[in-house]
Design a protein around this ligand. Structure first.
Ligand code: NAD
Length: 517
């Protein structure tokens, strides 16, 4: 019996043949090049861990070439007017929209993320470029700070060539989120994408080239963190590193960048709480709780991986989550009905499933899931742990999969203390209909972002980032320009102030015996 392929599968097969068969190269100074060493590495598709493509494996020599290209292009790009930058970045957005299906399919094949989410992730990438395209003409704007006898004014200037290092989860969207503001600010870029998901970074480089970005303004070097990534963070021509990834990698980068005094921006891990009080709209809260842990395979920095539930509703609410979790469709990420696809890599899969045992060892109950699905690929069932306490490993460590830990609390003060009792502080979610409690609790939560009665709904002008071990700095809106630009103050005298005069009295009498002795 011949099986009819879905349009997504047909497109994936065509793209694998046309785009991936010959492997992926670096894009440096406007040219597609192999590694100078000739080294390559292989990537695999998480659906069955079969070979996907061969990728140029960059090291310090390739990074050096890319950093020099970014350095050489900097003067031209910083001098391009805001409206020229705006035009090119809008063109990038147009091309992303035009190729959204292609991007989504390749992202899905490369990462195992379900198509239903990848289509919107590609479109979000275009929105990121549009948003910063429109802000490019005003990026240099500053303040007027008059003082007696002076006019002070500030302006912002691009910091120089920057390094962007991205992780494997939703790599296309995250790359645009970092690269678009850097380019709008007038910086040139060397991008080092994650070795487990290099495909759509290649597409993005191609799109920016097609949009007319001058040669060397954006450069792409594939490779591993310890070689290409490290070399980028250490390169003297690179002025800042925008990094998204694990907390421990952030520490490495800080150390590696110390000698060249790198400015760093870190978006790191999370163990985000969603707190459900008994007065909340529980139907809406349920939708949000389920969405924020099981969408995007749970491989999401803002996922609410700890649900804190008030005691009186704990049993019923966890039973409802378990029922939903068991109904979630796990399967082929290219199938439009799939809700959870395979995890990115066998190593990550092993990490996630290790927590099924750890949960039981620590005394929690597996109320849903807790299993591998099928014989091949990195599929796991959406999982819920109940009877959990906050000191268990499943409550303290970032698992980064479709795995939720449910912890009961008695009252507001206990909820806040549990919510804050982790090393992370990226996002927090709060469900209550008590207005004053919502404000009080939101202010007390140790997190960079709080959503009240909502899942993560991103508004691009707002600041994005974490506190504690979840990050340093903020992205979004104007905040990104603060990172990619230097603020300069210029003080102009109005000619009315008096300068203290030195050396206008009688010349001093020099005691020659002292002077010559
Ligand atoms: P990772 O830290 O292992 O890798 C991220 C990138 O850093 C990769 O490109 C990798 O090659 C590179 N890298 C590794 N070691 C390096 C080194 N010594 N020097 C320079 N670069 C190096 O992270 P990951 O496993 O790819 O991604 C998952 C992590 O990312 C999770 O912890 C997740 O929470 C975090 N994340 C955070 C946010 C946020 O906004 N806070 C967003 C997405 C993902």
């Amino acid at each position: 019996m011949t099986q009819t392929l879905s349009p997504n599968h047909e497109l994936a097969a065509r793209l694998r043949e046309s785009r991936l068969k010959d492997g992926l190269k670096h894009f440096i100074g406007g040219e597609w090049v192999d590694s100078q060493s000739g080294e390559t590495f292989h990537t695999h598709t998480p659906t069955d861990n079969s070979h996907l493509t061969t990728v140029a494996s960059g090291d310090a020599a390739d990074i050096d070439r890319a950093a020099r290209a970014a350095h050489d292009a900097f003067q031209t790009w910083r001098e391009a007017s805001g409206s020229e930058r705006r035009k090119i970045l809008h063109k990038v957005a147009d091309l992303i929209e035009k190729r959204a299906q292609e991007i989504a399919v390749l992202e899905s094949v490369d990462t195992g993320q379900a198509m239903r989410f990848m289509k919107s992730a590609a479109v979000r990438g275009a929105e990121n470029f549009r948003f910063y395209a429109d802000r490019a003409p005003g990026a240099a704007d500053g303040q007027s700070l008059p003082a007696p006898g002076f006019l002070n004014y500030t302006l912002r200037q691009p910091i120089g060539p920057v390094g962007v290092i991205t992780p494997w989860n939703t790599p296309f969207m995250l790359s645009t989120w970092k690269i678009a503001p850097a380019l709008a600010a007038g910086c040139t870029v060397v991008h080092k994408p994650a070795e487990w998901s290099p495909v759509t970074a290649t597409l993005l480089a191609e799109i920016m080239d097609e949009a007319g970005l001058p040669k060397g303004v954006h450069n792409l070097v594939h490779g591993f963190g310890e070689s290409a990534g490290k070399a980028l963070t250490e390169h003297p021509l690179i002025h800042a590193i925008a990094f998204v990834g694990e907390t421990t990698t952030g520490s490495h980068i800080m150390r590696q960048g110390a000698d060249t005094l790198k400015r760093v921006h870190f978006e790191l891990g999370g163990k985000n709480p969603v707190v459900v009080f008994d007065d909340a709209d529980l139907d809406k809260a349920l939708d949000a709780v389920v969405f924020m842990i099981y969408s995007l395979n749970g491989e999401r920095c803002t996922s609410s991986s700890r649900v804190l539930i008030q005691e009186g509703i704990y049993d019923e609410f966890t039973a409802r989550i378990a029922e939903r979790a068991k109904n979630i469709r796990v399967g082929d990420p290219l199938d439009p009905n799939t809700e959870v696809g395979p995890l990115i890599h066998p190593r990550h899969f092993e990490k996630v499933i290790s927590y099924f045992g750890k949960a039981q060892e620590d005394g929690a109950t597996i109320a849903a899931g807790g299993q591998q699905v099928g014989e091949q690929g990195n599929f796991v069932t959406p999982t819920l742990f109940t009877q959990a306490r906050n000191n268990m490993r499943i409550a303290q460590e970032e698992i980064f999969g479709p795995v939720l830990t449910a912890i009961p609390f008695a009252d507001e003060s206990e909820a806040l203390s549990i919510a804050n009792d982790v090393r992370y502080g990226l996002a927090g979610y709060l469900w209550t209909n008590d207005l004053t409690r919502a404000h009080r609790f939101a202010q007390g939560l140790e997190a960079g972002m709080v959503w009240v009665n909502s899942e993560n709904v991103r508004h691009l002008p707002t600041p994005f980032g974490g506190v504690k071990n979840s990050g340093i700095g903020r992205d979004g809106g104007d905040y990104s320009f603060d990172f990619y630009m230097e603020t300069k103050n210029i003080a102009i005298s109005l000619g009315t102030h008096k300068t203290a005069k030195l050396g206008v009295g009688q010349p001093p009498v020099v005691d020659k015996t002292v002077a010559e002795g």
